[in-house]
Design a protein around this ligand. Structure first.
Ligand code: GZL
Length: 340
């Protein structure tokens, strides 16, 4: 009997505690849960919600910082930054929140291409223009105003064009080559496009073979770990192509630990993407042969598109941003002017 009365007491206490923990407004007999009032934004500013992928690479940090320097109060903007934390579900939820808040524009850099239809449909239904930047979505283009970013397939082709020139200069154009590729995040446009571009050019060379192609999610840590595993199965290969600089830096550490030589003066030919300032340092040290630029300074193109929409001008569906290829031969001409 004692046990029963003890259990009953605990249950009653629990109900009382629960009743006290919500935000409730007592109105006479019943307790009513009240939502916090809707966010009220100053109409003096254009409120822009920006849903970023996360902080997976140095390129991403440069890309994020660029939005804070472009969408300023002085320029008439109220920027709401959302860190997607490398979680696409979190990104989608953030878009619903921004719609509920009634922002003026939404900018999305989607971690992966799929899963955006419903949120984009709701934004369109609510009359909130959406801009897709950097990576793409697989949803119908009528659901957003424009896409701004890089030609990722072209970047992949540029990397192989560099390799072809590099080999010709050293009389190795007919060599048999084993190529290792470190891929970015599965389902991300940058990885999809670069891989397609790389493969379409590599297959033109019957004496070349892709010995290994593994995902390292654009991060330096995974570049290191994945390369350690690759080296166990493929201790000897001729070319390493990494779909961003950070994975290359991690792979370089693994090759150092394994005593594998790489760089301009012999050993594994190293080619990556992004062209971070650190990549220029690695080229200066002779460790990196080339980095295909992927321009993270996208915010000014997004602001221009918003300004055009604000003034009733048409905006192109796709806006490509200019990019170069930096190599061990030309890096010194640009190194001091790099902004990231
Ligand atoms: C490319 C961008 C990629 C970078 C990576 O536009 O989406 O994501 O190449 C970044 O460094 O993580």
């Amino acid at each position: 009997m004692k046990k029963f009365s003890l259990c009953l007491t605990i249950c009653i206490l629990g109900i009382l505690l629960l009743a006290g923990c919500g935000q409730t407004q007592t109105s006479g007999k019943e307790k009513v849960l009240e939502r916090a009032p809707q966010a009220q934004y100053d109409d003096a500013y254009i409120t822009v919600g920006f849903v970023q992928t996360g902080k997976e690479s140095d390129w991403r940090d440069a890309n994020t910082n660029d939005y804070f320097t472009v969408f300023t109060k002085e320029e008439g903007y109220n920027l709401i930054y959302v860190d997607g934390n490398s979680d696409s579900d979190r990104q989608v939820k953030a878009v619903y929140d921004l719609i509920a808040q009634g922002v003026d524009y939404i900018i999305i850099d989607p971690i992966v291409e799929d899963g955006w239809e419903e949120a984009l449909c709701l934004a369109k239904e609510k009359g909130i223009p959406v801009l897709i930047v950097d990576r793409k979505v697989s949803a119908d283009p009528s659901l957003y105003k424009c896409w701004i970013g890089s030609d990722f397939n072209g970047e992949g082709r540029k990397a192989i064009n560099f390799l072809e020139e590099y080999l010709e200069k050293s009389g190795r154009e007919n060599d048999k080559l084993n190529i290792v590729i470190l891929e970015g995040t599965k389902g991300a446009t940058a990885a999809i496009g670069r891989t397609e571009g790389l493969k379409s050019e590599i297959e033109k060379h019957p004496n070349w073979k892709i010995a290994a192609m593994e995902c390292a999610n654009f991060t330096q840590g995974e570049g290191n770990v994945v390369m350690e595993e690759i080296l166990k199965k493929h201790p000897k290969f001729d070319v390493l192509i990494s779909e961003n600089d950070n994975m290359m830096f991690g792979a370089m550490n693994a090759m150092d630990q394994a005593g594998v030589g790489y760089g301009v003066d012999g050993g594994v030919i190293t080619i990556s993407f992004d062209a971070l300032r650190e990549a220029f340092v690695k080229m200066d040290e002779g460790k990196l042969c080339a980095s295909v630029e992927c321009n993270p300074l996208i915010a000014k193109y997004a602001r221009k598109a918003i300004e055009d929409m604000e003034s009733g001008k048409a905006v192109a569906a796709d806006i490509y941003i200019p990019e170069k290829v930096f190599t061990y031969e030309n890096y010194a001409d640009y190194m001091d002017s790099r902004k990231y």
